[in-house]
Design a protein. Structure first.
Length: 380
């Protein structure tokens, strides 16, 4: 079938993207789903900082590709071997497909699925197939999702069935921002009630970490960002204290306010400076968790002896260490109870033609989560 999609032909273009135009709307060919694949009508797709990093070339990918990894949609067609979903189901996409068979999947760590990791570098679906093309030339997939497109063909390993009462523009957020941010708190760190936490970087993912802190009963939630409006929003969403990281005394102020630092600090900005801040405000015996994805070559230095004598822990958190088939429905239940008000993270809906402008806004820090909506019936 023919469909409209955004294509990234070249990584590394700088913003303003409205001038350099890294994303081009094209009419692509989408092949029908194979035996273990599904055709999905895209309901909504989020603009996450990881997409911005792919455009900027901070994360290397095979191009030309259709970007986008945070999405929800409706199943239109299924291959003959599909058991995970049926036509008409509403689904959230998992940006790590779950092969179910590798050493990570079978030991309860599907977010580290090695089959998915290997497929990502080739720009194919997790089963090795490619379904996108333009004039007979290949166009690659992003993390098995590629949701900046009216339709997606994905492996059943990439879909999580959800209830039908969740608006697509909210549901999409559960595929990345929610599992990553809330998951870092409840799965990676497993914070105990009453503990003092800090979240450094308050975009869509960081604000979900603030939600996670509230849910897990953190005693104090310290929010840190370089933008004052993000600090204000974090306060509305449950942060108890806010500090601006551009203030040269920021670290000292947090350490003083917490009498020695926080029990858990979460880096969610994706820059080494933020990791430095997060590590420096973690108390003796405490844990620093990082979800941010900076440039592959960037390094973070730590004083070796301090790590030992302070018994510090540093943990990476990918996809919030989530088991998505279990966590997404659980988090959606919390949303329904009003405990995960993800709608407050939305910064308006946009169309395919507005994507370059949308990424300029994200790069400038002028938006939290803008949602791409390509079919009128999902424009909530
Ligand atoms: N680990 C994962 O599985 C995973 C999943 C999704 C996103 N990510 C990564 O998480 C990071 C955040 O994503 P997002 O979509 O929320 O981004 P975003 O652009 O919406 O938010 C980033 C925030 O960090 C702030 N910031 C920048 N520099 C800072 C500094 N030095 N100190 C404090 N705050 C600073 C910005 O002002 C902004 O509010 C990105 O690096 C993204 O690639 C990781
Ligand atoms: Zn993301
Ligand atoms: Zn696997």
């Amino acid at each position: 079938m023919k469909m409209k999609a955004a294509v990234l032909y070249e990584q590394g273009k700088e913003h303003p993207f409205t001038e350099t135009k890294p994303l081009v709307v094209e009419e692509l060919d989408l092949d029908p789903p194979g035996d273990d694949e599904v055709l999905i009508k895209t309901g909504a797709a989020g603009l996450c900082h990881s997409d911005l990093s792919m455009i900027a070339g901070i994360m290397e990918r095979k191009v030309p590709m259709v970007p986008g990894h945070e999405a929800a949609g409706v199943v239109m067609e299924v291959g003959k071997d599909v058991t995970q979903c049926k036509v008409g189901d509403h689904i959230v996409m998992s940006f790590v497909p779950i092969c179910g068979e590798c050493e990570y999947c079978i030991t309860g760590r599907p977010n580290l699925c090695i089959t998915a990791f290997n497929a990502r570098a080739t720009g194919a679906l997790v089963n090795g197939n490619r379904r996108l093309s333009l004039d007979g030339e290949p166009v690659y997939h992003t993390n098995g999702v590629s949701c900046y497109a009216e339709y997606m063909v994905a492996c059943q390993d990439s879909v999580i069935v959800i209830d039908k009462d969740v608006p697509m523009v909210d549901a999409a957020l559960f595929g990345c921002a929610v599992v990553t941010g809330v998951g870092a708190i409840v799965n990676t760190a497993k914070i105990s009630p009453g503990s003092t936490i800090a979240v450094v970087g308050l975009g869509g993912v960081g604000l979900c970490a603030v939600f996670g802190g509230v849910l897990a009963g953190a005693g104090r939630i310290i929010a840190v960002d370089i933008a004052d409006d993000k600090l204000g929003l974090a306060r509305q969403l449950g942060a108890t204290d806010t500090f601006n990281a551009s203030d040269a005394d920021c670290v000292d102020k947090v350490v003083e306010a917490t009498k020695g630092g926080v029990d858990y600090a979460f880096e969610v900005a994706g820059v080494v400076e933020a990791m430095q801040t997060a590590y420096s405000i973690t108390r003796r015996g405490g844990t620093t968790v990082t979800s941010g994805l900076s440039h592959l070559e960037h390094k973070f230095e730590i004083p070796h002896a301090q790590l030992v004598v302070d018994e510090r822990t540093i943990k990476g958190s990918y996809m919030g260490s989530s088991i998505v088939r279990q966590d997404v429905p659980k988090f959606i239940d919390l949303y329904r109870q009003g405990k995960l008000p993800v709608d407050k993270l939305r910064s308006g809906n946009i169309g395919l033609a507005d994507l370059n402008h949308g990424f300029d806004k994200l790069a400038r820090g002028d938006a939290v989560r803008q949602m791409l909506v390509m079919h009128d019936e999902f424009d909530a």
